[in-house]
Design a protein around this ligand. Structure first.
Ligand SMILES: Cc1cc2nc3c(=O)[nH]c(=O)nc-3n(C[C@H](O)[C@H](O)[C@H](O)COP(=O)(O)O)c2cc1C
Length: 218
């Protein structure tokens, strides 16, 4: 299929080439590149632009060892020179996010009126979420989409990643200095580095089973 938009072929190739890589070369990720990749991760959209997520870049041996233990000894956090920990911040809406509203207003992205009403809109929306026990889930959405941006950007830069769900949350929080913080939740670990293996695409279920038209299941 031919799509005329100039960037399409590149983005499609990058997305299709990405694999979850479990073994890494020890070569370090250049600091400037790491800086750019984390900046791209933080370009991801977030609910209300509240940015209820952050990421912790773990490079030191001690931190990576602690994360390796938290994953039950899986090889990727041990071998990869960098492990990114995506943190969901479920109390972000309770904090002063005046910087967000003012930045959007000053850039001309939001009207004065929209920016002014945002704190109340955000509070009402999240009070309802809190009543339904969904604060964590909503912050995790912000964190996961940020991790997705990171993985695609890393692939485009010739690096490999692997999303990881297999870890003990308490141990990961300890490793990143967030022990005891009830408002912080681990969304995903993403080892990052140069691949030491080539992985075969494991395939995806057929579109008839996974992409529907108008009505679920059809
Ligand atoms: C949310 C999530 C959690 C995952 N957790 C792990 C993990 O703990 N360990 C692991 O080796 N792979 C993990 N994976 C990688 C999957 O096994 C992998 O994405 C899947 O097999 C498809 O392969 P691909 O990413 O190469 O397309 C995880 C993937 C996702 C999306």
């Amino acid at each position: 299929m031919t799509i005329a938009a100039p960037d399409h072929a590149t983005v499609a190739r990058v997305i299709r080439a990405r694999r979850s890589v479990r073994h890494y070369r020890p070569d370090p990720v250049p600091a400037e590149l790491l800086e750019e990749l984390t900046a791209l991760a933080l370009e991801a959209p977030s609910s209300f632009n509240l940015q209820a997520r952050s990421l912790v870049v773990v490079r030191e041996e001690e931190g990576r060892q602690a994360l390796t233990r938290a994953t039950g000894g899986q090889p990727h956090p041990q071998e990869a020179p960098v492990v990114l920990v995506f943190v969901a911040e479920s109390a972000a809406w309770r904090e002063d996010r005046g910087d967000v509203w003012l930045t959007a207003r000053d850039r001309g992205a939001w009207t004065e009126r929209f920016a002014a009403s945002s704190p109340d809109d955000v509070r009402l929306f999240h009070e309802d979420l809190a009543r339904r026990g969904l604060e964590r889930e909503y912050a995790v959405k912000d964190a996961m989409i940020s991790a997705s941006f990171l993985m695609v950007a890393a692939q485009a830069a010739g690096l490999a990643t692997s999303p990881m769900n297999g870890w003990d949350e308490g141990e990961v929080k300890k490793a990143i200095g967030a022990d005891g913080r009830e408002d912080l939740h681990i969304a995903l670990l993403v080892p990052l580095g140069y691949p030491a293996e080539t992985r075969v695409h494991p395939g995806r279920r057929s579109r008839e089973l996974t992409c529907f038209s108008e009505v679920y299941g059809r």
